[in-house]
Design a binder for this molecule. Structure first.
Ligand code: SF4
Length: 515
């Protein structure tokens, strides 16, 4: 018997809107609600609601769910009535002592995922049921977490998810990055649908493994897969959108205000206000059954979760020296990348602290990690970077080499947005101590960290900005943008773009600037 029932409120609401007149929507949703309560008899219930699009996903990709506004206009729905019905439902559940989360700019999917992760860690196997009709949340299905699809009357197990997507739940985000997702307005790679993506992922093992430059020739030789490598950067952006962040990463998806809303909802004492419930019943003209066992109990205690999340909050202090910073990084366990990092742990920057040029990459690959050197000259990527440096007339000894994330990622997949945000305080401190005159930002992750740009790096390749600001904050240096050397190993277009960036940088360096 489950102890906690987590409910994704919006799919219930939409189901009711499509099957009932507007004035009956609240009645329908509450009927669905009590059906589940009667079926699972949980100890605690938490309901999460959407309010607006995901702020941080829209920051990465402004087209995210952009089609929905028009769809909303075209739907012919009485939106005032809809809002009123939602208010009744939320008010009624509140009066029952059901804890509800509605955080503007943070999707219910994300909040549900964090709650599920927390409860599974506290309650163990089969302690949690997550009710949703949204297949994005199937990413969470594991041997410890059951998803319940109320509309289909179906438990989504790993087998059910595998049958639907053709891949394991751990590869659903990889699949959507390649094939896209019409409902979220994510285009995917041209010519690659769900089936093709599943075949490729089963063949290569994961998105990261598929995008290994060693596979470029084989994939480009096939018409159906020829577009994958030229679109590799874009696929990385899509991955960041569709991958549901873990609980530790949750802190980085919140603004300060959102974190406050979350904390308040997670820790507040709930009380039963039967009078309010009666008023609501009168106003809706409906009578909903009361469950005394729900009324008598304080709902789920999430204060431990807030402490847990706050342990991952960005550090509020700066480090006295680069050496002290290295110690902090060596101990770091702030994002999930650390668990997959080899025994060697996070990779430190390389260079003497009087260097004027900072080379900023994405995160180390296995070769870098094994050798303990970012952009190790023995690796394919380091070799490509060596050529790039020659072209711009700079030697390795003149540069400081560092990365946005310090740990390797599984199969060299792109780091997620929250993983980047978790690691960026280190880069901030590094920039402050080193005070470079020029930062060469290689690839999307580096570009968004030190510039205001959020679109494809190809669009800005070769640009040189003076004292821009990015996710890391204001940067008191020139920043040159280039595709990552990995892009040159992955496609001809990447080679051309890297060469173009080298030409622009060469002229900059021969003119003045780093003197
Ligand atoms: S990637 Fe960065 S934030 Fe994540 S564990 Fe490694 S050092 Fe820490």
């Amino acid at each position: 018997m489950p102890k906690v029932l987590l409910i994704d409120g919006n799919p219930l609401l939409w189901r009711a809107v499509h099957s009932s007149a507007m004035q009956g929507v609240s009645q329908k949703v509450l009927t669905y609600f009590f059906e589940m309560v009667n079926q699972f008899v949980p100890d605690d219930i938490v309901v999460c609601w959407d309010k607006g699009k995901s702020r941080w996903r829209t920051e990465i990709y402004k087209e995210y769910k952009a089609q929905r506004l028009q769809k909303k206009k075209d739907a012919g729905i009485d939106w005032d009535g809809f809002d009123e019905q939602s208010m009744y439902i939320k008010g009624y559940l509140d009066s029952l002592g059901v804890r509800q989360f509605t955080i503007p700019g943070v999707e219910a999917d994300d909040v549900l995922a964090w709650l599920a992760e927390y409860y599974v860690s506290v309650l163990g196997e089969w302690g949690v049921i997550l009710s949703t009709g949204d297949r994005d949340l199937w990413q969470l299905v594991s041997e410890h977490l059951q998803v319940w699809d109320h509309q289909k009357n179906l438990f989504v197990t790993q087998e059910v998810a595998h049958e639907y997507f053709g891949v394991g739940t751990e590869l659903i985000a990889d699949l959507k990055s390649l094939a896209g997702d019409v409902s979220d307005n994510l285009p995917g790679v041209k010519g690659i649908g769900d089936k093709k993506a599943a075949v490729l992922l089963n063949e290569y093992g994961s998105l990261g493994a598929l995008l290994d430059p060693a596979n470029r020739k084989a994939l480009e030789s096939r018409k159906t897969t020829a577009k994958i490598f030229p679109e590799a950067d874009f696929v990385g952006e899509m991955y960041r959108l569709v991958k549901i962040p873990t609980l530790a990463e949750g802190m980085y998806c919140f603004s300060e205000q959102e974190a406050a809303v979350f904390t308040e909802a997670a820790t507040k004492e709930l009380s039963v206000d039967t009078f309010r419930m009666q008023i609501l019943s009168q106003r809706t003209g409906k009578h909903f059954p009361l469950r005394p066992e729900l009324l008598s109990r304080r709902s789920a205690d999430l204060s431990g979760m807030v402490d847990y999340m706050q342990a991952y909050a960005p550090p509020g202090r700066s480090w006295e020296s680069l050496r002290e910073l290295d110690w902090a990084i060596a101990e770091c366990n702030r994002c999930p990348l650390r668990s997959g990092c080899s025994e060697k742990g996070p990779l430190m920057a390389e260079g003497a602290d009087d260097r004027d040029i900072m080379i900023l990459g994405r995160n180390p690959d296995e070769v870098d990690s094994e050798n303990g050197v970012p952009f190790c000259a023995d690796g394919a990527v380091g070799g490509e970077l060596g050529e790039f440096l020659k072209q711009i007339g700079v030697s390795r000894d003149e540069c400081w080499f560092t990365n946005v994330c310090r740990c390797v990622s599984p199969d060299n997949r792109p780091p997620t947005y929250p993983e980047m945000l978790a690691c960026l305080p280190y880069l901030r401190a590094e920039i402050d101590h080193l005070r470079p005159k020029l930062i060469i930002a290689l690839g999307y992750e580096a570009m968004v960290s030190v510039t205001p740009y959020r679109s494809n790096v190809s669009k800005h390749c070769g640009e040189i900005l003076d004292k821009p600001a990015g996710l890391v904050g204001a940067v008191d240096a020139k920043v040159a943008i280039s595709v990552h050397p990995l892009a040159a190993l992955r496609s001809q277009r990447g080679e051309v773009e890297l060469e173009y960036a080298a030409t622009m940088l060469h002229s900059l360096l021969t003119e003045t600037v780093v003197s």
